[in-house]
Structures are given as structure tokens and as C-alpha cells.
Write a protein that binds this ligand. Sequence first.
Ligand code: ZN
Length: 150
Amino acid sequence: MHILKPTLAVLFLLFGAQVASADECQIAIEGNDAMAFNTKEMSVPASCKEVTITLNHTGGLPANVMGHNWVLSQSDDFMPIANAGAKAGFDNNYLPPDDARIIAATKIVGGGESDSVTLSLEGLAADQEYTFFCSFPGHWSMMKGSFTIK
Ligand code: ZN
């Protein structure tokens, strides 16, 4: 048994090094009254089973005037989703309902509000660039960025 113990300790260290801490799998992003996110690039460790994105609207304008959401899709899909979302309207969070192209999305929030979404990284490819954006009409031109799993 005195040989087994150090072996287990080594295994634990090796395993532990490959598991991301819970904090790394929680990401916050801000949207403001100037129609901007506070980042254009987001990345999450591939070791996260799932990640939770929290969108904080740091402005003061109401959701129907300067609402923001955080939507994730394949980069090729984001424009078609944004266009369909504009037609879907505020009541649908400016997103086409039940659209399989939407990987994850928060609801539309106004100033001072927050919303979170948790998504599984299963089925998403590492080192591929996904696009995150706000689907409020007209916002995606400024409010978009890249999302990568590293
Ligand atoms: Zn927005």
C-alpha cells in the first residue's frame, strides 16, 4: 500500500491540472447605453464541461430603447439570425423562436439588469471561431465579437 499512495497522488495532480476551476467557466460581459459590449473577444477553457455567461447591462436606458442580449451562434449564422430576430420582435427577445442555429442566448435586458445562460461545450469545436452578438435591431453591427474554446 505504501507504493499505491504516491501513485494516486500523482494521478490526482495530473487529473487536477486538466480540470478547469469553476471560476474559469463563468464569464461576465457588459453592455452599456453606448450600444457596446466591453469586449470583442471571449474565450473559455476547453476543460469546462459547460460555461455560464452573465450579461450585465451597466447603462440606465430601458430594454425597449437600449436592450441587449448575448447570443452565440456559428459565425455564418449570426447575420441570418439577427435578421430573423428583428422580425420576431421584442416579445421574442429579438430572436426567431426555437431556432436550432442559436447555440445559446440570454433574454433582452435593460439598464441595471442582468441575465445568465449556461451552455454545454459538448458538440462545439475547439479553436473554431464562433460569434456572439446582441440581436436588438441595429445593434449587431457594433455589438459582436468572437467566442473561442481554447
Ligand atoms: Zn444591444
